[in-house]
Every structure is written in structure tokens, then in C-alpha cells.
Design a protein around this ligand. Structure first.
Ligand code: NZQ
Ligand code: ZN
Length: 389
């Protein structure tokens, strides 16, 4: 197990009706806030009314900034920074999914920073201060509700880039699984793929031995595999949604990578897909992950056998290690397909004419490799994209 320091300060309010505590939760931090949300789902579902009623009853006043798009844009972040400065706003309430929360995080870090907030994404600066931030989560997926990262897309150059800082952990996040029940099926599936990808990125590590976190990751994967199909259906699915929503947060709150170094190359490659083609992050991941796995399988065949047996219940009898490992990858692909997710780029409508460009944006020829489990250079990324086509 590697040395580690772990602290996740986000206070979680979990369960039915918890969004009615939003005003009270915000009031601990500020009474003059930015209310940040997406393209309107919160108005259609009635959540907006409940949140604003709760803010009013706690004496919180707000300025609204709606319009966050999936794969949140830098221009709206800059608009948010301007509004917060102009109105002396010192707290942001994000109501939505990873895109809204990430946009809010970038605004929070950008308000006190004199330069361009994009500097953080290019490693030209690190946030030294940030204003406060809370979230009401409406889609279990990205794990941004208790992560220290934000992913933003710069329209110019079609660049999707992440930055991290412990200042980005939300002060609180409200997780009511009922709020996810209005999601369209495709978004439900994309969320499941994303949280599974967060678990897999952590699972494939060269840190050894890491038995406890291996088994913890396996447990969360099994929980998601067990409950995922239930939340694709309508009806009384609260219990399954509760498992999925908490799994999504646990998958990405840092606890499962304690003592181990995760890989993250597939996420970096996916950012190139989303940057250019604006695909849903989870769908980009389901189209890439199995191919990445096949490309790196010989780095640690035993680890691939372990996940195949322990998570996918692959029967090892009469099978070589290699056959067992490949059967595990096929089981993953089959599961994602059963949820209606793509497992190739073509299914996402991505043609083969910009693969080299994406590979070059993602990794260098001889420097700036991606990934920790296996270091990938441009030619490797291109090979994975070609396999995924
Ligand atoms: O904009 P609205 O109208 O709200 O609609 C959203 C959006 O179209 C809709 N939606 C959300 N909750 C709903 C709902 N529709 C009906 N009912 C509800 N309850 O769902 C669509 C997708 O929302 P989005 O926020 O984009 O989804 P997700 O949570 O998957 O976030 C994806 C973003 O998070 C980033 C991704 O790269 C992507 O940009 N990630 C952030 C991470 C982090 N900060 O730690 C880690 C992840 O790896 C990921 O990269
Ligand atoms: Zn992700």
C-alpha cells in the first residue's frame, strides 16, 4: 500500500426530501449566493420550486445563472465569475449533475483569481483561494458532488480539460435518490458507465498489495452491476437508486484510491471525444474502456483474471488465464450493451478521420504520456481509438 493523506470534507445530506434542507445548509455559509443550474430539467421536475422555497424560508437571496450545458463551457464560467464579483457573491449553489457542479467549482476558484480561470486547466496556476460551494445532485454519475476536480470545455480549440484542488470539494452535497428518477434512460445508463469507469480507473494499478481497496472497489462494482438494471426501469425503484447514488459518490470521493495510484488514461482519451464531438462523458467511456483493457491486458494479466472472477463471476474451469481475463472484459461490454450504451465509437457517430488529431491532443510522441498503469504515448492512444472504432 502506498503512503497517503486522505481527507474529504464534503458534508453529505442523503435521502428522501433532503433538498428541502437546502436553505438551512446554505445559510450556514452565506445569504447572498449564485444559484447555478443547467438547461431547465430542474424547472420541469419541480425541483426549482422546492429549492427556491427553501432558500426563501432561510432568508437567503440569490442571483440565477442557468444554462450550463453537458460538457460545461468556459464562457459561462467566465460569466459566473463576473456576476459573483459584481454582486459580492461568496457562495454558489449548484443544482444539477457533474456539468453544473464542475461549472460552479470553476467559478468558485475563478472569482478570487486575477488571471484567466483557464490557467488552472493548463497547469499555469493553481487555485489558492475559492469561494464556497454546495450542490444538490440530480444525476448519479460524475461523482463531482464529493470530488476535488472540475472538467471544463474551452470552445476555442475544442479543448476539454480538468483541474483539481482540495479547495474544490463542495462544502455540502444533497443527495436525494428520488431526484434521479426523472432522468431519461440514456442519461441513467451514462451515469452508471461513468461511476463504473471511476472504479475501474482506480482498480488498474501497479501499487501492490492493495487488498482492502481492491475488495472495496469490487464491492461497489458489484452493487452497481446488481442495481443498474433496476434503475433503468420505472416504478418503485427508490432502494436501487439509493444504492446507485451512494455508489456514484463513493466511487469518486477519494476513499477508494487510498494507498494506490489509479490509471486515468481512458478518462483523458474520453475528454478528446467530448471536446470535439460533444458526446455524453459516460457514453464516451463505455465506447473506450473495453478497448483500453484489451490493449493493456498483459501489463498484469492476474489483475484482469481477478476482476473477471470476483466481479463478473467468470468460471475459471477449463480456461487459461488469458481466456478468463478476456471473458471478464466481454462481460463488462455485454453489461453496458444491455443498458443501451455504445461500446464502439461508430455507435456514437464518431468517424475515423480525426483519430490521429485526438491522439496528438491527448498524448505526446515521446513525452506527456497518459496513464499510470501503462504509460500511453500518441501511437498507443491512436491504436486504442482505432480498436474502438
Ligand atoms: O441541463 P439539464 O436540463 O439539467 O439536463 C441535464 C443534462 O442534459 C440532464 N439531467 C440531469 N439531472 C436530471 C436531468 N434530466 C432529467 N432529470 C434529472 N434529474 O442530464 C444531462 C446530463 O447532465 P450532466 O451534468 O452533464 O451529467 P453528468 O453528471 O454525467 O456530468 C458529466 C460531466 O462531469 C464531468 C464530465 O467530464 C462531464 O463534463 N466529470 C466530472 C468529474 C469530477 N468533477 O470529478 C469526474 C468525471 O470523470 C467527469 O469527467
Ligand atoms: Zn468520469
Amino acid at each position: 500500500m502506498d503512503n497517503f493523506i486522505f481527507r474529504n470534507p464534503t458534508k453529505i445530506y442523503f435521502g428522501k426530501g433532503m433538498e428541502n434542507s437546502t436553505g438551512e445548509a446554505v445559510g450556514e455559509f452565506s445569504h447572498n449566493i449564485l444559484l447555478h443550474y443547467g438547461g431547465g430539467s430542474i424547472k420541469k421536475t419541480g425541483l426549482y420550486e422546492r429549492i427556491t422555497a427553501s432558500l426563501k424560508s432561510a432568508g437567503v437571496t440569490w442571483t440565477e445563472l442557468p444554462g450550463v450545458m453537458p460538457n460545461p463551457r468556459l464562457s459561462l464560467v467566465q460569466e459566473g465569475i463576473r456576476i459573483c464579483r459584481e454582486k459580492n457573491i461568496d457562495f454558489i449553489l449548484a443544482v444539477g449533475g457533474g456539468s453544473v457542479i464542475d461549472s460552479a467549482k470553476a467559478i468558485a476558484a475563478g472569482v478570487p483569481y486575477e488571471g484567466d480561470v483557464w490557467d488552472f486547466c493548463e497547469n499555469k496556476a493553481v487555485p489558492e483561494e475559492a469561494i464556497g460551494l454546495g450542490a444538490v445532485l440530480t444525476i448519479p454519475a460524475a461523482g463531482s458532488e464529493s470530488s476535488n476536480r472540475a472538467v471544463i470545455t474551452k470552445e476555442e480549440g475544442q479543448l476539454k480539460r480538468a483541474f483539481g484542488s482540495d479547495l474544490l470539494y463542495p462544502d455540502f452535497s444533497i443527495l436525494n435518490p428520488e431526484l434521479a428518477m426523472t432522468l431519461p434512460p440514456y442519461q441513467r445508463a451514462c451515469g452508471i458507465a461513468d461511476m463504473m469507469a471511476h472504479l475501474l480507473e482506480r482498480y488498474f494499478t501497479n501499487s501492490s498489495p492493495v487488498e482492502l481497496t481492491d475488495r472495496m472497489i469490487e464491492a461497489v462494482l458489484k452493487t452497481v452491476i446488481h442495481n443498474g438494471p433496476s434503475v433503468m426501469m420505472d416504478g418503485d425503484t427508490y432502494d436501487a437508486w439509493a444504492e446507485i447514488m451512494w455508489s456514484g459518490a463513493i466511487a469518486h470521493n477519494g476513499s477508494l484510491n487510498t494507498g494506490r495510484l489509479g490509471d486515468w488514461a481512458t478518462h483523458q482519451i474520453e475528454h478528446e471525444l467530448s471536446g470535439i464531438y460533444d458526446v455524453a462523458h459516460g457514453a464516451g467511456l463505455s465506447a473506450l474502456f473495453p478497448h483500453w483493457m484489451r490493449y493493456v491486458i498483459n501489463q498484469d494479466l492476474k489483475r484482469f483474471v481477478q476482476i473477471a472472477v470476483r466481479v463478473w463471476n467468470v468460471d475459471q474451469n477449463f480456461k487459461s488465464d488469458e481466456e478468463t481475463a478476456y471473458a471478464g472484459i466481454e462481460a463488462l461490454e455485454q453489461f453496458w450493451r444491455s443498458l443501451g450504451l455504445p461500446t464502439t465509437l461508430s455507435e456514437l457517430g464518431i468517424p475515423g478521420d480525426r483519430l490521429e488529431e485526438m491522439a496528438g491532443k491527448c498524448a505526446g510522441e515521446t513525452e506527456k504520456p497518459q496513464g499510470q498503469f501503462v504509460k500511453l504515448y500518441k501511437k498507443d492512444v491512436q491504436a486504442i481509438l482505432e480498436m474502438a472504432l
